[in-house]
Design a protein around this ligand. Structure first.
Ligand code: F0G
Length: 455
């Protein structure tokens, strides 16, 4: 703690503002019905506080905007690409950097190449939904192996994002090492409650993969937040900056898949960075066919520039201290009014156990969806279900996520959300379950239509 006082405030001043349109309850009821009770199908001006995602929703800094003005839009070899490349290389140490339009672009390129080589199984602490979809779309199987501590949503364990190492070893044995495409650690573990992974767990996973000759990748879209947890919670890391911890992590892996829309403050963009030249060459071939030329990968020069600046800002210790503290405040205030929030507070979002909160709604009637609809109707808040709607029968829990866009909302916005929850506490027994009346085979949650179950 640098200052004399305890209060941790937003370490920025507001230079540009975006108005919020305030709607009435009856307007919101109509909007939600028109959107088939799917919050993805709402228009953003129908939403008061948008906590649907922390992805692509960051406020850009003055330095990023200055960079945007300097964006070099040359097709090949732009100076913005050089800035982007140097920054990613400095952080990761990987010599091969492939820019992509967003995280799933990196997934698509890497899994296309690995699956063509015959990869049949991928293991992770938890695959994010697009990661799983990109694997399964290519006919391979994605297996989640979250650690035991993660099963208890409310226990105090510091690194509930860890992969279950014993289980990983068993599974690799079972499917045969030659059939394993890769092990991917998601930092932080988004679908598992935004919980961090410890350095020790990363190191032991890397060691095992090395012994077996299995490729090991980091899904690093929230690595800065993960490193802050390592810095504050894991013994032996408090003397290192989060940038240095990240460098150590990257040195243990064969590469990383990154959506730059999260920690790195991009409104769009991402990258795949790799150690191995041969693999990189194959990925580059597919990159040019699907994303764009090697020095822009589907991004404008101004986006490359904004991300290059954003990567360094993401590791600023004053910012990270505020960021993690803001989420902790949000989490603990909800907990104090009896909302079953996943504990301890994670990095980018607050997660609620909707099944525990709404025990009268069975899993098949989507308690998470019900809570999301109530948050919208009562308070104009947009959250996302991470449960049976998103994962179908693979869902381990019925969670609702309130993701916190970076540098976009203040503490007063958080206090408003907490007040809406107090109101929902009083009416929760009356909330209905939902049924799906239309869906697509992959990633159905984005476009599904729902209907409340009258009863
Ligand atoms: N990996 C993780 C851990 C993610 O959280 C996401 C996206 C991706 C990969 C894919 O990145 O969206 O740039 O293609 N998560 C967003 C979210 C959508 O709301 O959590 P993308």
């Amino acid at each position: 703690m640098k200052g004399q006082f305890k209060t941790i405030f937003e370490p920025f001043k507001i230079k540009v503002v975006e108005p919020i349109r305030i709607t009435s309850r009856s307007e919101r009821q109509r909007y939600l019905q028109q959107a088939h009770y799917n919050l993805f199908l709402l228009s953003s001006d129908q939403v008061i506080i948008d906590l649907l995602t922390d992805s692509g929703t960051s406020a850009q800094s003055e330095a990023q905007w200055a960079g945007i003005m300097q964006g070099d839009e040359s097709y090949a070899g732009s100076t913005s690409w050089k800035h982007f490349y140097e920054t990613v290389k400095d952080l990761t140490g990987y010599p091969y950097v492939l820019p992509v339009h967003q995280g799933r672009g990196a997934e698509s390129v890497l899994f296309e190449v690995l699956c063509r080589k015959g990869a049949k199984y991928f293991f992770s602490n938890t695959h994010f939904d697009t990661t799983r979809a990109n694997i399964e779309y290519r006919g391979a199987t994605a297996i989640d192996l979250p650690c035991e501590e993660s099963q208890d949503l409310f226990s105090d364990a510091p690194f509930k994002g860890n992969i279950h190492l014993q289980e990983l070893k068993k599974q690799v044995e079972k499917v045969g090492v030659d059939n394993v495409g890769a092990v991917i650690l998601t930092l932080t573990n988004n679908s598992g409650g935004g919980q961090p992974v410890s350095f020790q767990n990363i190191q032991e996973t890397a060691q095992f993969c090395k012994e077996k000759g299995i490729r090991f990748f980091i899904d690093a879209c929230r690595i800065a937040e993960n490193c802050y947890f390592i810095h504050t919670r894991e013994e032996g890391f408090s003397h290192l900056s989060c940038w240095e911890i990240a460098q150590k992590i990257f040195s243990l892996a064969d590469g990383c898949l990154v959506s730059a829309k999260k920690d790195f403050f991009g409104n769009i963009g991402g990258f795949l960075a790799l150690k191995d030249e041969a693999l990189a060459q194959e990925c580059m071939q597919y990159l040019i066919i699907t994303e764009g030329f090697l020095t822009y990968g589907g991004l404008a020069g101004r986006d490359l520039e904004a991300i290059a600046v954003g990567i360094r800002e993401a590791f600023d210790m004053d910012y990270l201290r505020y960021r993690i503290r803001a989420l902790q405040y949000f989490n603990e205030k909800l907990r104090a009014i009896g909302i079953p929030v996943v504990y301890p507070p994670g990095g980018h979002a607050v997660y609620i156990d909707a099944q525990k909160y709404l025990p009268h709604i069975p899993k098949e009637h989507f308690p998470g969806q019900s809570l999301c609809c109530a948050l919208y109707i009562e308070g104009g808040i947009r959250a996302v279900e991470i449960g049976s709607v998103m994962f179908g029968k693979n869902a381990k829990h019925e969670l609702v996520r309130l993701a916190f866009p970076r540098r976009a909302y203040t503490q007063a916005h958080v206090d408003y959300v907490i007040e809406v929850f107090s109101h929902i506490n009083a009416i929760k027994e009356q909330l209905p379950g939902y049924r799906i009346v239309y869906q697509m085979p992959f990633l159905r949650h984005f476009t599904a239509h729902f209907e409340p179950i009258k009863g």
